[in-house]
Write a protein that binds this ligand. Sequence first.
Ligand SMILES: Cc1cc2nc3c(=O)[nH]c(=O)nc-3n(C[C@H](O)[C@H](O)[C@H](O)COP(=O)(O)O)c2cc1C
Length: 177
Amino acid sequence: MKNILAFGASSSINSINKKFANYSSKQIPNSRTNLLDLNDFEMPIFSIDKQKATGIPKAALDFKEHISKSDAIIISFAEHNGSYTSAFKNILDWVSRIERIVWCGKPMLLLSVSDGERGAKLVLDTAYNRIKRENSETLFKFSLKNFHSTFDLEKGILDAELNKIYKSVLMDFTKVI
Ligand SMILES: Cc1cc2nc3c(=O)[nH]c(=O)nc-3n(C[C@H](O)[C@H](O)[C@H](O)COP(=O)(O)O)c2cc1C
C-alpha cells in the first residue's frame, strides 16, 4: 500500500481543488489517501523576525512530517490573483525554513482546477517550474478548466480527449511511485 499525501492548495471549505486532489489520489491503485485540509495548518503570517522570536510553529513541523511519511504527493492548486493562495504560500514559507528541499524529492502530481477558461495554469506553471529545480524525474502536471461543467465526482472528467490526457498523466505518475 502506497501512502499518498493529497490536498487542495486552498483554504476554501468547498474547495474544488481539494475535491480534485482527493479524486485523483483515489485513482491510484494499491494506495491510501492522506487528505489534508490547509485550515488545519493555520499559522502566523511568515516573517523571519517571527521565526527568530518564537521559532517554527508546530503546524509547520506537522505538515513536514506528513510529507516525510508519504510515498507520493498530489497537490491541486487554486489560483488567487495569478499566484498561490495565501494559505498555501504561508505553509510553504514556514515549511521551507525546516529544510531547503520542502517536498523531500517525493514523486509529485501537480494539478490545478478553476471554474474559468484558464484552468489556473499560471499558478500550476509557477509551482511546476519551482519544484522542477529539485525534481525533474518524477514530477507531473495537469490542469482542468471550467470544473463544474467538465468534472463529475462519479464519472470523472467528462471530455473524452481531456480524460485520455489525464489518465495518461496519472499512469506516468503511478509508474514512479
Ligand atoms: C481573491 C481571489 C482571487 C482569485 N484570483 C483568481 C485568478 O487569478 N485566477 C483564477 O483562475 N481564479 C481566481 N479566483 C477564482 C478561484 O480560482 C476560484 O474561487 C476557485 O474556486 C478557487 O479554487 P478552490 O475552490 O479550490 O478554492 C480568485 C478568487 C479569489 C477569492
